[in-house]
Design a protein around this ligand. Structure first.
Ligand SMILES: CCNC(=O)c1c(-c2ccccc2)csc1NC(=O)CNCCc1c[nH]c2ccccc12
Length: 325
């Protein structure tokens, strides 16, 4: 039972994309996150102060809810946000794809970033189940449970700039991309959709071949790249500088930003310069390309992904596909 669901930008900066998910008939807007593997939701178990403004899942109202007694979860993301709580299973439906026995992780505590992000009622993890945080037994992702019922074991991301896009499960819709799809092998040892980029070019500059260890991460807003790439990029932006008070590169909002081309094998993925003017911050604008220092690998987040049609191929040899659109 293949499915398709709309992914709507939460704000004017495309800082995240939310999708309607039904948990036994209760509809919550969740962020689909190919950079983590827990499906967790705001719940009636949270302190009322943390529930405020959110759509809340109430397991007591679900006929198909089965509590997993003694099971807990606890996740911390790289930006130090996080959540934790208890676990049960229920019927989860995304577009036309329905899964029973899906572990739904009930939040009993969420960090302040999530409390204040009132459009976001939880996350649906789409990375590999190996990094699910449920104890004493890790649980499978929605994609892993849905796979056997899909026409093919894939999901695709067609995120858009300042517009709703889609996630499709089970099919690759050829109307959504142009030209050939370039596939690249994925390493799953860290539990991410991890691959090696082949290099970069800034604006109309020449392509620089270099191996870039990166993950395709719908749950991270920006692109985080090695310092060599980031400095080469902002050297082409007049007035750009690293602003430690803002925690990254900023530039005058009137600046014209060059395109950033990222190589995947022989394919050249072009990120339009305007996507890299992420948002006003103070008197300047904050860049959509930042340094990966401290992360240990590069992150091709939404700023990159929304310029491409992306296939997450969960077959026995997982791979990523990229195409222009
Ligand atoms: C900035 C969010 N991304 C990360 O922390 C992250 C890192 C990471 C690690 C160290 C330092 C910075 C980033 C590696 S993989 C990776 N990706 C994920 O963790 C994917 N899930 C992000 C969920 C998430 C974190 N903070 C939010 C705020 C709103 C909505 C969603 C979120």
């Amino acid at each position: 039972n293949d499915g398709s669901v709309t992914a709507t930008p939460v704000d004017a900066y495309d800082s995240e994309y939310l999708c309607p998910v039904s948990i036994d008939g209760q509809i919550l807007a969740l962020e689909f996150d190919s950079g983590s593997s827990d499906l967790w939701v705001f719940s009636t178990s949270l302190p009322l102060s943390q529930q405020k403004g959110h759509v809340i899942f109430d397991p007591s109202k679900s006929k198909n809810w089965k509590a997993l007694s003694g099971y807990t979860w606890n996740i911390t993301y790289g930006d130090k946000s996080g959540a934790s709580g208890t676990v049960g299973t229920d019927v989860v439906t995304v577009g036309g794809t329905s899964v029973s026995g899906q572990a739904v992780e009930i939040a009993t505590q969420v960090s302040s970033q999530f409390v204040s992000d009132t459009a976001n009622n939880g996350l649906l993890g789409l990375a590999f189940s190996s990094i699910n945080t449920v104890k004493p037994q890790k649980q499978k992702t929605f994609f892993d449970l849905a796979k056997p019922s899909l026409s093919s074991p894939v999901f695709t991301a067609d995120l858009k700039h300042h517009a709703p896009g889609t996630y499709d499960f089970g099919t690759i819709n050829s109307a959504k991309y142009t030209g050939a799809i370039t596939y690249t092998n994925v390493v799953t040892s860290k539990g991410f959709w991890e691959f090696t980029g082949s290099g970069y070019a800034v604006g109309n500059g020449s392509f620089v071949s270099s191996s870039i260890d990166a993950i395709a991460d719908t749950g991270t807003t920006l692109i985080y790249l090695p310092d060599a790439v980031v400095t080469a990029y902002y050297q082409q932006v007049s007035g750009a500088s690293y602003d430690s008070s803002q925690g990254g590169y900023t530039f005058p909002c009137s600046a014209t930003l060059p395109n950033l081309t990222l190589g995947i094998g022989s394919y050249r993925a072009v990120v339009p310069g305007q996507y890299i003017n992420y948002s006003p911050r103070g008197s300047k604008c904050f860049g959509g390309v930042q340094s990966n220092t401290g992360i240990g690998f590069s992150i091709y987040g939404d700023v990159f992904l929304k310029s491409q049609f992306v296939i997450f191929d969960g077959s026995s040899t997982p791979r990523l596909g990229f195409a222009s659109k």
